[in-house]
Design a protein around this ligand. Sequence first.
Ligand SMILES: Nc1ncnc2c1ncn2[C@@H]1O[C@H](COP(=O)(O)OP(=O)(O)O)[C@@H](O)[C@H]1O
Ligand SMILES: [Mg+2]
Length: 257
Amino acid sequence: MSSDIAITNVAKVFPLKDRAFTALQEVSLTVNASEFVAIVGPSGCGKSTLLNIVAGLEQPTSGDVRVGVKAVQGPGPDRGVIFQQFALFPWLTVRKNVEFGLRTAGVPKQERRAKAEHFIELVGLSQFADALPKTLSGGMKQRCAIARAYAVDPQILLMDEPFGALDSLTRVRLQEQLLQTWSRDQRTVMFVTHDVDEAVFLANRVVVMAADPGRIVEIVDVGLPYPRTEDVRLGPEFAALRNRVWSAVHHQKGTPS
Ligand SMILES: Nc1ncnc2c1ncn2[C@@H]1O[C@H](COP(=O)(O)OP(=O)(O)O)[C@@H](O)[C@H]1O
Ligand SMILES: [Mg+2]
């Protein structure tokens, strides 16, 4: 069973030297159980801050976040987080990195091995299972981080520009894989990206944010049916949705585009 996420009147204020900076102002959003929501917006609009608050890595200044029936008070195994720059353990091989979360969850060795194997293969790193992170390219490290998060099988995936550093072919492949695992496992996903195409291709709904103060300005329903294949990107509905999200992002007052 996956859980919904209820974000209610969340504000985040960072104290700066001479003033207070409002990174998020009155953000409210409900992500339904098993829903895939993408969050787009210009750099600095608070996407990462919002995701970190849902992850429990940062506290809101006011407002609250609930996951299922529980108020978020810190990180938890129900929420898997994938960052743009994921810090792998440099002293552990790819396989050991992927097994790490399973180990802390007490999964027995044989099952751990098999699961790690499966997810390493899914992200195309089988040949590098025994390599250390420092010998991998940035994209490979990121694929390792993705395998690690998937392996733990959290109900909720919180992804912060996870494919941003990857080449476009790998990115497309991982987008499709993500949709496949999502359709199968019915996880709730919050996916931050600055790539409008990626947001429309993946999500049930695209949440558009604006900066200074960081806030939600529009929510676009993406009615495209799943499974979504590459053909979807070429259709007129996709183009119309992309244009709509694009204008919401780029026609913001005071935002350089
Ligand atoms: N710890 C912090 N202290 C001060 N300002 C911060 C801190 N973290 C983020 N900010 C500011 O809050 C705003 C939103 O940041 P962030 O959530 O990273 O935006 P995004 O992910 O949309 O690019 C930015 O202006 C950033 O400089
Ligand atoms: Mg960010």
